[in-house]
Design a protein around this ligand. Structure first.
Ligand code: KE4
Length: 436
């Protein structure tokens, strides 16, 4: 494929923005090569500035459950835009979208809109600390909750739980109240509560981790988190920025029938526009200013344009059989590739319409496992997919998504390309670009 225009644009972008991108993972550093400059999306397809078409499974990292440029979403946004963009005042559309979210997400009685997942998580943590009067936060290695200072920590030594920051610019003091332990490790999380009685404000978890690739929780693990937090006066926060409205209309908390105390959302509820939200039990959420003394604010929070896109998106998700059809297509796709992959010792990890192909001989159950994947082979796989018109999320540690716009024919084409590429890769040492 000719990608000269993307290559030239990237050279210019790198002079203007660090790494030429506005979010690190877009720079293709995990897979090598130059990122593509995309200038159009249409349903399941993205088009780069050289005119190449790709079947897209990155879906802007999750928001585009309906695919690109959904006509209902675009139409509602265009109509809303004609009345203005932002008023810095209450707007009826906030009521409409909040009502939908509260109706569908079991644990949310009241909520607040913000402008990103990071902001939602940052605010939920402050709220949990304000409500409990405690400081300690527990997270899981490999789970990503946005770039707030005190959550950018990898696990330190498993024994002493002293985390190390995974970014420069974070004072040690900022992370001394963060404990990070392996996901799916029942004993470790129990020990954390034994070692810190009455001190833990909250446990935050992606109920379906998507930021180390898709990792499914061991049966009983999330229930254990619910029990430990409840028995210790701590809050359980489900970070459903990815899984919310993805794995079902009620998110992972409905799928697993576990009610957290607080939930963070983003991505899908904005239909491709900047959005985040956090909410939960009324007695907790009412602590947020101006009602209570936990401060949080935002110039464009609840802006009409993001609200309109979210409303239009959720109206479609609410249609009968939306998830039945989406998940049936996802299963159809998995059945096309899974038997083939497993014969080659490659793992398919999925939860409904979110999936990861791990180049590993064992399905990962935690972050350490994912680090043992063959990253070089994944990089080669990703580049060969691009050469063949299929766009996967550019990292082994990320998730891919099937949208309602992917037709069976798109999934069949992608499955054939995947099978040919992994078959070829399995019999070859080096990565040579081949167009099938
Ligand atoms: P944002 O601030 O990027 O809107 O959301 C942060 C966030 C919070 N919680 C979870 C579970 C998330 O996955 C994210 C962000 N997801 C990444 C992709 N895995 C966004 C892509 C990027 O960083 O460019």
């Amino acid at each position: 494929m000719d990608r000269q225009k993307s290559a030239s644009a990237f050279q210019i972008a790198k002079k203007l923005m660090p790494g030429g991108v506005n979010s690190p993972v877009r720079a293709f550093q995990n897979v090598g090569g130059n990122p593509l400059f995309i200038n159009r999306g249409d349903g399941p397809y993205m088009f780069d500035i050289d005119g190449n078409r790709y079947i897209d499974f990155c879906a802007s990292w999750g928001p585009l459950i309906l695919g690109h440029a959904n006509h209902a979403v675009i139409g509602k946004v265009q109509k809303t835009l004609r009345s203005g963009t932002s008023f810095g005042a209450p707007n009826i559309l906030e009521i409409e979208l909040a009502s939908k979210i509260i109706k569908h997400v079991p644990s949310i009685e009241k909520m607040r809109f913000v402008n990103s997942g990071t902001e939602a998580v940052m605010s939920a943590i402050r709220l949990a600390r304000g409500f409990t009067g405690r400081d300690l936060i527990v997270k899981f290695d490999g789970c990503y909750h946005g770039h707030v200072d005190y959550l950018l920590t990898a696990a330190g030594s498993g024994v002493i739980n002293i985390p190390q920051a995974s970014s420069l610019g974070i004072p040690a003091d900022f992370i001394k109240n963060t404990i990070s332990v392996p996901f799916n490790d029942f004993e470790m999380i129990e020990n954390v509560f034994k070692n810190h009685p009455g001190k833990i404000a909250a446990v935050i978890v992606e109920p379906v981790p998507g930021n180390m690739g898709v990792i499914n929780s061991t049966p009983g693990f999330l229930t254990l988190l619910r029990e430990l937090t409840r028995n210790n006066g701590s809050l359980l926060i489900f970070d459903e920025v990815i899984s919310g409205f993805r794995v079902g209309i009620g998110g992972a908390q409905e799928l697993f029938n576990i009610k957290p105390d607080l939930t963070t959302l983003g991505k899908i509820i904005g239909g491709g526009f900047p959005v985040g939200a956090y909410g939960g039990r009324k007695e907790i959420v009412d602590l947020i200013a101006p009602l209570g003394n936990v401060y949080q604010a935002g110039t464009l929070s609840g802006n009409p344009v993001s609200m309109a896109a979210g409303i239009a998106t959720l109206e479609i998700l609410e249609q009968e059989n939306f998830y039945k059809n989406l998940n049936s297509n996802a299963e159809y796709f998995y059945k096309l590739i899974e038997p083939f992959l497993s014969n080659l010792n490659i793992q398919l990890a999925c939860c409904k319409s979110m999936f990861t192909i791990f180049f590993s001989d064992k399905k990962p159950v935690n972050f350490e496992d994912t680090k043992r994947c063959d990253i070089e082979k994944f990089s080669c796989f990703h580049n060969l997919l691009l050469e063949n018109g299929v766009y996967f999320s550019p990292s082994q540690f990320e998730t891919n998504f099937i949208s309602s716009s992917h037709a069976k024919s798109d999934l069949e084409i992608a499955a054939e390309k995947i099978k040919c590429i992994v078959r070829d890769l399995s019999s070859r040492k080096a990565c040579v670009i081949l167009v099938l």
